[in-house]
Design a binder for this molecule. Structure first.
Ligand code: AMP
Length: 178
């Protein structure tokens, strides 16, 4: 499995979708899964999503496990948006051990906060106002960077990409590395 991580607006999902369309990966976006089922979530959780807050680990990991179970063995699964905090790393590591899978690479798309805010101002998703974007950026800096560090420390190759670039340029950089 490959992880694609980065701050809001870095272009994780668009890159993941392009790779999926090419048949290079099977894209699995935990944010998309949650948004698609937002009407069935308890109100407290859908409110958290709209506010740009991370939601309950158990719910997210169960949704992820169920989604992985629907995928084939090939091509490689590309997980977009998970893990986002250390407790989720612990869950993922036990899941990997149980299912004899491994994280073979991390694609880390970087973007400065001001660009993240500027890009998402134009996107207009429900959770894309400036305040929630800054909150999500802070989570990235406070928690996601630590997640990347943990996997890197375990020897997982981390491919760092400057997200302040065209979609095509980033796509080509990723293609060279996977
Ligand atoms: P994304 O589409 O990746 O930007 O995620 C949108 C929202 O879904 C986040 O702001 C969270 O509310 C929720 N979410 C996505 N991934 C996770 C995760 N790994 N843990 C907890 N909440 C998540």
């Amino acid at each position: 499995m490959i992880l694609i991580l980065g701050p809001p607006g870095a272009g994780k999902s668009i890159q993941a979708r392009l790779l999926d369309e090419l048949g290079k990966v099977q894209w699995l976006s935990i944010g998309k899964i949650l948004r698609d089922s937002i009407d069935t979530l308890p109100k407290a959780m859908s409110d958290q999503m709209i506010e740009g807050e991370l939601i309950d680990d158990n719910l997210v990991s169960q949704a992820l496990e169920a989604a992985i179970a629907t995928k084939d063995n090939e091509p490689v699964i590309l997980i977009d948006g998970f893990p986002r905090r250390e407790s989720q790393v612990a869950w993922l590591e036990s899941y990997l051990a149980k299912t004899q899978r491994a994280i073979t690479k991390i694609i880390h798309i970087k973007l400065p906060e001001e660009l993240s805010v500027e890009r998402l101002r134009k996107r207009g998703r429900l959770d894309d106002n400036e305040q929630t974007v800054r909150k999500r950026y802070a989570q990235y800096e406070g928690e996601v960077l630590r997640v990347i560090e943990v996997f890197g420390g375990e020897g997982v190759p981390v491919h760092e990409i400057n997200g302040d670039n065209t979609i095509e340029n980033i796509h080509n950089q990723i293609l060279e590395s996977i």
